[in-house]
Each structure stands twice: as structure tokens, then as C-alpha cells.
Write a protein of this length. Structure first.
Length: 559
């Protein structure tokens, strides 16, 4: 089946290979088909799901939809209340929760007042909502987080059997759990007893009775469920045929791109995104090639991952934050922010969203009540003291733990490390928030007139429909944004090589640092699976500069 677009409305429909219309063009967007099902947004801006024959599986009446390909379940939501449905549209768990996970082994995690518990498939509360976060479960245990520590809990009696770990995960072996403490990996049983010592630099979960581990001597080996060494694993490229070598090169390139853009992500990523990427590439190999190449590629993955950092990534799941429903796009790239090291007197910024953990690091860790809050109230903007709560969450999408900032104000930006003054902020109304190539935006600030001027190459243009109505979207590369004023040299201050279904957006103009000159906040997402915000201050400008970039924050919500 194929998509077609109505030239007049810009809406999409389904047609067959002979261009015979299967559905009317009445949809804003289609997701990628998975198991013969597409997540679709109707022209009424509501979400649902349909099969490739155009039959509605889930009616188009939800504010949010998310699917799990393995279990054929859907999480749906209206007015920020969520429930679970199956492929036939039958309600499995009612829409009554502020958060709900997919059913797994007959259980699902839910939350009430930002605390997490467990319900069964009959919607009976098995574990009251009392935990800071619940990561995952099997048929007998669940992994919870309290006080930033992981714990292993027996589901039926809600009893903690192991506590104080830096990371715990279920495995394909129902009575073995991967655990991390003080930088070393090992395995627990269902009673919380350490049955395979915590002696490994890195390790994976068990699959088919085997796990890959890295010893203290940096040797990659396979162990069985008793902790016994099965074999060493090497990558003998001289034994590979041309097809296998090409697959190996492709995987290596993919992994380097993954890490080149993501910064330092550690071992547990193997168990989610990377392993999926590896297995997708493996799927193109011949039957005879797969057994050896799988192990070779897996070890290549491990070596690349482990070389990034000695610390382990705490892969915990987090609450989803998309209240408008699943974004459906036709293109995808992957980027993840690096965890930056704070320098003395460095200005930092955050926005009230959720942030992923990277080992023991999280951008939110630096947030204190000494920060400033740039917020809006009744059409005016103010700098006040940061007033917020921080909650723990988890993401079923990425398998990362998070911290979520809940600001008590209508915050635009949280700012730390800056010398600022409290009070009302002089601002300029933004008449145009996107400045496309060869366009200008002029505005008056005090007695000065300023001009923002853009240049770049427009590859294509199309009509899109947003919450603000119809807009023209342009695919741009080599984008540059300049600022100038009369009798001054034009300054290039923002430059992006390319965008993936995104563009630069002007979010704020005003005198944040109260020096009588305009400061700027821009959204500069390079990909639709990230949110990136940049702060420019005039008081930090040097020489002939008018403004200077002082900080940026990037949030990822890719899978």
C-alpha cells in the first residue's frame, strides 16, 4: 500500500499499487507500518490505528497513542488519562491512570500522584503506588527505584529481596537478574542472593542460556547460567566471506555514527537500541552466515560501547511526556546529548521537561533553588527564583531512567550560574518565529532597530498542518542566521548544516541580563526526536559581537 496526498488539502490517504484509492485523503499523518498496523492522525487531530486495508483498528478519538509490536498492545489516552487496548480494540486496562505501561507477564506498572505500583490484567492493584519508579517486570518480580537505588521486589508479596544496587534488570532466564554495584556486574536469583559474583567490568542479560561479559582483564567471554565460561569470543575477520565482511563494516559505521552523535553511552544500551540496530543489519545475511556474524557483531558492539566509559548506564524506563500523542514522521535519525562537565562560572540552562540518566549523571543534578526562572505571567515576563519539584520516571521507548522537572511557574527557561536581577523583563513581541532563507525579521528594542537575516539552501517546500493552522515548511541545508543594526557589522551567530523534519524557531526576545540590549532564546532542533534550546546574552558579547551564545540544552526522546 502507498500514501497519496491531496494537493488542495495536503491531507493523506492510502492507495494500492495501481493508484486505486483505498481511503479518502483525510489524515494528517501516517506512522510506519508495524505488523500490518499504522498509527494515524486524523484531520480532527485525534489519533488511532488502521490496517493496510484502511480499516480502523483503534478509532480516531484519542489524544495519545503508542503501540508495542511484540505484544500487539496499544496505550491510548484522553485528557492525560491512559489505558491499554489490544489489536482488536478491546480495552485491557481502562483509561484512568496518569501513567500506565504495556501489560507484561500479566502485569503493568501504573502511577498515581507520581508514585508507581503494579496492576494485574484484571485491573486489580497488586502493588500499591508507593515507589519512586518501576522499571520492568517478569512473572515473579519487578525492578523498582527508590532513593536513586534499584531494588528487586517479589510481586505477589510486595517484598524487597535485593536493594542498594546501581542497576538491576530482568533477563530471559526467569530466576536470574543482571545487577550492578560499585562498577561491577554479576547476577542475582529470585531471593536476592548473588549467584554469579559481581566481578565483571560489563555484562549483558541472559539470552538462550548465555550472557556476554567483559572480565577484569578486558577479555570478552560467554558464560552460562552457572557462571561458567563457555568460550572466549573473538572477531576473526580473516574467516569471514565478503558478504559477512560488508555486514561487519556496515555495523561498525552505524555504531560509530551512533556514538559520534550521542556522546558516551554505556553498556545497557546494548539491550535496547543498539541490539535492535545490529539485528536489523544481520537480517540481510544468509542463513549460513548468521550464527558466526551475530557473535562477531555483538562483540564489536560491546567493544565500542565499553570503550566509551567504564561506568555503566542505568537503563531504566521513564514516564512518557508527549501529551499530544505519538508524533508520526517519515524520516528518522538518532542523536543524544552528551553529559557536559560544568566549568567554573559556566552558565547552564534547563527547560521543565524530562532528562535521561547517563550512568550516575543527569543534567537535572545541577539544578538548585539558587537558579533563576524566566517565566510568563498574564502576558508579561519575569525573572524569579526557581520553584520546582523533581520526580523520577522511566521510558518504555528508550529504556532510560529520567528525572522530570515540574516547575510551579509557566517557565520559559531555568538559568543557573548567571549574575542576573530579579523582576520584570522587557520583551519584544515575536511577529514571526521562523526566519527562512533570504528572509529578514526587523524589530525595535529601545532606540535601536535590529535585523535578523537568514541564508541557506532550500531543498524543497511543502504545506504542513500544525496547531496554528496551515504553514509552509521548507527543507533547508547550510542554514545561517545573522544579526545586525545600523552602523554595525553583521554578526553570524547560529549555523546548522541540516535538519530532519525540524527548523530553527525564535522563542524569546527580551532583556534578560538587564543591560538595555536584546537577548534571545532559540529552539534549534536538528531532528524531530530532540528538543534543543539555545540562550544568547548581549552582556557576554565580546568586541564587535552583539550577542554571544552562553548555553544550550538538548533533550532526547528517541527510541
Amino acid at each position: 500500500m502507498f500514501l497519496y496526498q491531496d494537493d488542495k488539502t495536503g491531507l493523506y490517504g492510502l492507495q494500492d499499487e495501481n493508484q486505486k484509492k483505498i481511503t479518502p485523503a483525510q489524515y494528517l499523518d501516517f506512522g510506519t507500518s508495524q505488523n500490518g498496523i499504522c498509527l494515524v492522525q486524523h484531520s480532527n487531530k485525534k489519533f488511532g490505528a488502521m490496517d493496510l486495508l484502511g480499516n480502523a483498528i483503534i478509532p480516531f478519538e484519542y489524544d495519545y497513542i503508542m503501540n508495542d509490536d511484540d505484544s500487539n498492545q496499544f496505550i491510548v489516552g484522553i485528557d492525560e488519562k491512559y489505558g491499554v487496548m489490544n489489536r482488536e480494540g478491546k480495552t485491557l486496562l481502562p483509561m484512568q491512570y496518569e501513567y500506565i505501561s504495556f501489560l507484561n507477564h500479566g502485569y503493568a506498572a501504573f502511577s498515581v500522584d507520581r508514585k508507581f505500583g503494579i496492576v494485574n490484567e484484571n485491573n486489580q492493584i497488586i502493588v500499591p503506588a508507593s515507589y519512586q519508579g518501576i522499571y520492568t517486570n517478569n512473572s515473579t518480580h519487578f525492578i523498582a527505584m527508590d532513593d536513586n537505588n534499584y531494588k528487586l521486589v517479589n510481586i505477589k508479596i510486595n517484598k524487597t529481596v535485593a536493594n542498594g544496587y546501581d542497576y538491576i534488570s530482568t533477563t530471559d532466564e526467569p530466576n536470574l537478574f543482571l545487577a550492578l554495584k560499585d562498577g561491577k556486574y554479576g547476577y542475582l536469583d529470585g531471593t536476592g542472593k548473588i549467584v554469579i559474583p559481581l566481578i565483571y567490568n560489563n555484562a549483558t542479560t541472559f539470552r538462550d542460556g548465555e550472557a556476554y561479559v567483559i572480565t577484569t582483564q578486558d577479555e570478552a567471554i560467554i558464560i552460562n547460567t552457572k557462571g561458567e565460561k563457555v568460550k572466549s569470543v573473538l572477531a576473526p575477520q580473516d574467516e569471514l566471506n565478503d558478504e559477512e565482511k560488508e555486514a561487519l563494516r556496515n555495523i561498525e559505521k552505524s555504531l560509530k555514527r551512533f556514538y559520534g552523535s550521542r556522546g558516551k553511552r554505556q553498556s545497557q544500551t546494548i539491550n535496547c537500541n543498539l541490539e535492535k540496530m545490529v539485528l536489523i543489519n544481520i537480517s540481510t545475511l544468509t542463513k549460513e552466515s548468521k550464527p558466526m556474524i551475530k557473535k562477531i557483531i555483538f562483540i564489536l558492539t560491546m567493544i565500542l560501547v565499553f570503550s566509551c566509559n567504564d561506568k555503566a548506564d542505568k537503563s531504566e524506563k521513564q514516564l512518557t511526556d508527549n501529551k499530544k500523542g505519538k508524533k508520526l514522521h517519515k524520516k528518522s535519525t538518532e542523536t543524544t546529548p552528551e553529559v557536559s562537565v560544568k566549568k567554573e562560572n559556566q552558565i547552564e540552562i534547563l527547560i521543565p521537561k524530562k532528562y535521561r540518566d547517563f550512568g550516575n549523571e543527569n543534567e537535572v543534578n545541577s539544578l538548585t533553588k539558587a537558579w533563576f526562572d524566566l517565566y510568563e505571567s498574564k502576558g508579561k515576563y519575569y525573572l524569579g527564583n526557581a520553584d520546582y519539584d523533581i520526580a523520577r520516571g522511566f521510558s518504555e521507548c528508550s529504556g532510560d531512567s529520567t528525572k522530570i522537572i515540574h516547575s510551579k511557574n509557566n517557565s520559559v527557561l531555568l538559568i543557573g550560574g548567571a549574575q542576573l536581577k530579579l523582576g520584570e523583563v522587557n520583551t519584544v513581541a515575536i511577529k514571526k518565529n521562523k526566519i527562512w532563507p533570504n528572509e529578514k525579521l526587523k524589530f525595535q528594542f529601545g532606540s535601536e532597530e535590529y535585523t535578523l537575516h537568514a541564508e541557506g539552501t532550500v531543498l524543497s517546500s511543502e504545506k504542513v498542518y500544525t496547531d496554528n493552522g496551515e504553514e509552509i515548511y521548507q527543507n533547508v541545508k547550510n542554514y545561517k542566521l545573522h544579526i545586525s543594526k545600523p552602523n554595525s557589522v553583521e554578526q553570524l551567530f547560529l549555523e546548522e548544516e541540516s535538519f530532519n523534519d525540524t527548523f530553527v524557531e525564535l522563542l524569546f526576545i527580551g532583556d534578560i541580563d538587564k543591560d538595555g540590549k536584546p537577548d534571545f532564546i532559540f529552539g534549534a532542533n536538528r531532528d524531530y526526536e530532540e528538543e534543543r534550546v539555545i540562550l544568547y546574552l548581549s552582556s557576554q558579547a565580546k568586541g564587535k559581537q552583539m550577542i554571544k551564545k552562553v548555553s544550550e540544552i538538548t533533550i532526547q526522546f528517541d527510541c
